[in-house]
Ligand binder design. Structure first.
Ligand code: HEC
Length: 171
């Protein structure tokens, strides 16, 4: 080993140790602000959003959604109104006032549902999104109930306000 590569190796080790020390100082002193009303830096926000989208896409790839039927949409309505609407709103119905205090904001699914495939909505509902406020429903709901919820969510962009209102809430 030449003295140059030796010096380079030592430099790399020293830099890594310094980074670990800085990370530990930030963790142990509470320098990082965990407040929900403190926005992430734009680069952090980009990194989290992009990771979330790509993570969901790659994990939902192996799933195969059943053909959604009107009966499935109707069966998912009660769960949606009871467990999702306060965060994600309905058709012609805003979300609960308190959910505006969440960061990231829960998107309005009446429009945002279009951006996700049937399988991705199923995956999101079953597994939730880490450290975002989006709960995982897989522990309390079987796959059949979750496909019904996904069927309801995916039909929201085409639903009228009256149709939405006519679905019964609750379980
Ligand atoms: C306590 C609030 C809360 C509840 C209850 C909740 N969600 Fe979410 N949901 C969120 C938040 C916050 C996000 C955004 C996550 C992110 O962007 O990282 C999210 C994201 C999503 C997404 C991805 C949408 C997008 O464009 O980011 C879907 C689909 C979704 N939720 C469906 C549901 C369904 C269906 C239910 C009910 C079974 C539900 N959620 C219940 C807070 C909630």
């Amino acid at each position: 080993m030449t003295s140059f590569t030796k010096g380079l190796g030592l430099g790399i080790v020293a830099t890594l140790l310094l980074l670990v020390a800085i990370a530990l100082i930030v963790i142990l002193t509470g320098a990082y602000n965990v407040a929900a009303d403190d926005r992430h830096l734009p680069t952090t926000e980009w990194a989290l959003d992009t990771s979330m989208t790509n993570s969901v896409q790659s994990r939902a790839e192996d799933l195969q959604a059943p053909e959604f039927t009107p009966a499935m949409v109707a069966a998912g309505a009660g769960d949606y109104k009871a467990m999702c609407a306060h965060c994600h709103g309905g058709v012609g119905e805003g979300r609960a006032e308190w959910s505006a205090g969440m960061l990231p904001h829960p998107p309005a699914l009446a429009t945002a549902a279009e951006m996700w495939s049937d399988e991705e909505v199923f995956w999101l509902v079953k597994h939730g999104v880490k450290a975002s406020g989006m709960p995982a429903f897989g522990g309390t709901h079987d796959d059949r109930a979750i496909w019904n919820i996904a069927a309801f969510v995916k039909s929201m962009p085409e639903m009228t306000e009256d149709e939405y209102a006519a679905y019964r809430g609750g379980h």
